[in-house]
Design a protein around this ligand. Sequence first.
Ligand SMILES: [Zn+2]
Length: 183
Amino acid sequence: MSNDIGQAGAQDQLRLQSNILDKEEARKEAKRKYARERAREKRKDPAYRALELERNRRWVADNKGQALESKRVAGRKWYRANRDQKLAANKAWKLANPEKVREYAKRRRQISSIIKRSDYDSRDYADVLYADPCSYCGERADTVDHIEPKYLGGENHWSNFTAACISCNSSKGTTNLLEFLCR
Ligand SMILES: [Zn+2]
């Protein structure tokens, strides 16, 4: 008997705790919403926006690897969420743009020749990269980018490869990663 009461008491206790947690979570969410709205308001002021951009720039400069990784994660997440639509759109685009398809195929051959000069792991990795979206903008990637350009001493090694669309890859060109990300 006393044991039954004890169990019921424990359940009430749990329910109470979970209510408190729900309320706590709701309070936190309300706070976050308020912060988001305030930030949006503040951003309308060009001076504040400039400060914020500068702060972001500095953060990227201090967190080079982390910044790139979060871009990658966002790109992959986006791709996973939009994969089917993206593939269908790619197919339609290919049918509508045969000359571009040829141009890209040529580019891909050039890239494979770059990659052939690297070691086995790097070639393997480059193959995987072809399925990834562009690390810089999340669009479809057709090229493998040297994160640190070869021109600046970047290696022909998988650790220096990432997927990039032609547009990002060519606009990045021989600029170093940070400079490019901060543009
Ligand atoms: Zn891109």
